[in-house]
Design a protein around this ligand. Structure first.
Ligand code: PDD
Length: 282
């Protein structure tokens, strides 16, 4: 069934959405994006995604082509026109079309596209099963705090994991886990310490990560934002990922090592429940 998509101010059937072959998003991955979850037809934590979008654009010196109000109006119009109850809205802004040159164009005309995808987020089958992880070398650039569309390295990492029979990859640099291919990585130790890597240019500053760390403060657990190794992860009591679309999702096996009893554990369940309740209550 054809969706309505947004392309530079127009709402079109997806088959009619067109951008230039000279778009710098296409030629140089010169663009940024955001994924906001939708539950019961409403955007989840969208303001935080828009704040990160501004930051990504500013870091790359791409002019912000639309006001927040215009972006929110476009997101909501697509949700309505596509009857989206649960899933996500994708938003991408590139520096726009320009004759191919490594230098940035003087007067960029950014390209803005949005589309929706329907997904069962709350009742994903992965919630009961938990996911399995393979660790791989982190081959990405050094500005992972900018949410760019340059996603080939994590895409390759995910493919390596899938071909090894796992659900996703955790990327490792200098012996420490950075993050998942499209999510932040966490472990919970046997003395109930939630560990996740501290914010820096080496990971994306996840919006869901921040929300989960806020919610975790309500529970009888300690939070430590420090890097952890593969071996730390193999010996964890529980492990999980966070992202806009995964919320908090249990990891039950890493590189063939069972985490706990290889079933989703109670602390992650609790954090997921708290996150969903908060999201629905917004
Ligand atoms: N990915 N780390 C990376 C590398 C990511 O790509 C993402 C999000 C996250 C989690 O961030 P947040 O909680 O703000 O979604 C962490 C999105 C969902 C994607 O690319 O589809």
């Amino acid at each position: 069934m054809s969706r309505i998509v947004y392309v530079n101010g127009e709402y079109l059937p997806e088959e009619e959405g067109r951008i230039s072959i000279f778009d710098r998003g296409f030629l140089f991955a010169d663009g940024v994006y955001e994924v906001s979850a939708v539950l019961k037809g409403r955007l989840v934590d969208n303001q935080a995604h828009l704040i990160r979008l501004h930051r990504s654009l500013t870091e790359l010196n791409i002019p912000q082509p639309l006001s927040d109000d215009d972006i929110i109006a476009a997101q909501n119009r697509l949700i309505t026109q596509n009857n989206l109850e649960e899933g996500m809205v994708y938003l991408q802004i590139t520096r726009g079309p320009a004759d191919r040159d490594f230098a940035f164009p003087d007067n960029p005309e950014p390209t803005v596209i949005l589309f929706t995808q329907q997904h069962a987020l709350i009742d994903s089958p992965l919630v009961e099963r938990g996911i399995t992880i393979r660790t791989v070398e982190d081959m990405r650039w050094k500005r992972r705090d900018i949410k760019t569309v340059g996603l080939l390295a994590p895409s390759m990492a995910k493919q390596i994991a899938l071909e090894a029979g796992a659900d996703d990859a955790w990327m490792v640099e200098d012996g420490y886990v950075t993050e998942g291919t499209s999510n932040n990585a966490f472990i919970i130790t046997h003395d109930n310490v939630v560990r996740t890597r501290q914010l820096s240019n080496l990971i994306l500053h996840g919006i869901t990560r921040a929300a989960i760390l806020r919610l975790a403060q309500r529970e009888p657990i300690t939070i430590e934002e420090t890097p952890f190794t593969r071996e730390d992860a193999y010996g964890a009591k529980e492990a999980f990922i966070t992202s806009a679309t995964a919320f908090a999702l249990s990891v039950v096996e890493i590189d063939g090592h069972s985490i706990g009893d290889a079933k989703p554990g109670p602390l992650v369940r609790r954090l997921r429940e708290l996150y969903i309740d908060t999201a629905l209550g917004e």
